[in-house]
Ligand binder design. Sequence first.
Ligand code: 3NM
Length: 206
Amino acid sequence: MTSIHKILRKYFIMGSQNCSMPPGEILKEAIAGGITAFQFREKGLGSLSGEAKLELGKELRNICKENQIPFFVNDDIELAESLQADGIHVGQDDLDVEEIRLRYPDFILGLSVSNSAEVNASPLHLVDYIGAGPIFATTTKDDAKQAVGTDWIASLRKDFPELPIVGIGGINTENANKVIKAGADGVAVISVITSAKDIKKTVKSL
Ligand code: 3NM
C-alpha cells in the first residue's frame, strides 16, 4: 500500500460553516482520534472569505503541521499555495486539473467524481486520487448529486485496480465499513465528525 492510500483512510473535511464550536478545537480532537488527512473546505452558506478565510486556513494548517497530518485545500489554488498545503482537491466544475498539474507538480491532487460519465471524461492519469460520491444521501453539500451507493465503488475498483479512491457523502460509523469493503481506500467525512458528541471516539470507531 502506497502512502496516498494510507492518507485517504480517514479523511476529515471541514470549514467554519460546518462547525458549532471553534474549528481548531474540532480539528485537534479529530487528530487525537486518528484522522489521516484534513481538507479545509470553506464553501457554501455562511462560509468565510478573504482575510478571515486566510486566517482560519493558517490556524488549521498549523495544527496539521504540528501533528504531521497532510493538509489539503478545497478548490482555491492561491490559498493552497500561500498555506503551503500538501494537496488540493477540486470538483468537476472547479479548477482545471491539467493546469494545476502543470503549474503545481508537487501538490497531491484529488478530483471529485459522481458518475461514470464524469469518470470517463476526467484525466485520471493526472490525479493522485478520486473522491467518489455521494455514496449515501447527504445534507451537508447543497448541490450534491444523486447518491451512488457502494456498488459503484466496487465497479470503480474493478475498472481501476490501482487508483486511490476515497468514498464521500453520508458516511458514518455504521456504514463506513461497507465503503471500505466495496474497495475504497478510505472514507471522507464532514458531519459525522463536526456534529459528534465525542469526536475522538467517533473517529476511532469509523
Ligand atoms: N462532496 P457528509 S458529498 C463535500 O459527493 C462533499 O462529491 C460530496 O459531507 C460529493 O460527510 C460532500 O456530512 C459532503 O455527508 C459530505
